[in-house]
Write a protein that binds this ligand. Sequence first.
Ligand code: MN
Length: 231
Amino acid sequence: MTDAFVLPPPPQPSVAVAGETRRFAVRRIFCVGRNYADHAREMGADPTRELPFFFCKPADALVADGSTIPYPPQTRDFQHEVELVVAIAKGGSNIAREAALEHVFGYGVGIDFTRRDLQQEAKDKKRPWDWGKGFDQSAPCSAIHKASEIGHPAEGRIHLAVNGEGRQDGDLNELIWPVADVIAFISQSMALAPGDLIYTGTPAGVGPVVAGDVLTCDVAGIATLSIAIGK
Ligand code: MN
């Protein structure tokens, strides 16, 4: 501890990297809203009429694979959204769609946990989504699998089960805005930076979980994630 800070600096959020002892240090978490047509429809939106939109979670909302998290406070409708997660290695502004995948370090699978009742209240009252989306332990993420080893998956099953029963089942080829477009769009508005994660949106079948549930997720046969809900 030096004289630089009046309190000890907070721990650096990070996620595991498959096949490595070193971890991926996380800077920010960007999330895409409504990026699969079936999910947009189940949320009452028209998937053909919207440009992508974004929200953020704090990096310290990350939760590691195999964790048990508490049922969060102030909700009666705590819902899962399984998502492909993109880890950014190289930042930039106004990144061209054609060059966007060169900025990717790797891919994982995550859950965009949502206090749906608080999100709905925010929508109704035209308030920010943060309390519905960016709360403590709202961002489980698997180990990141390096693009240098697995390539850039453009298709493949994305799946979530609760207590072994399938709830969400989609394919990455159903993304309305694929990864390259998402990177291009975000970088037009904010400079992306190494360490950023992007949760790319969820397929249909979102729904509530309760204490004692165990969620298992996988994406494209490359990444898996298991999270339990405690009391
Ligand atoms: Mn989501």
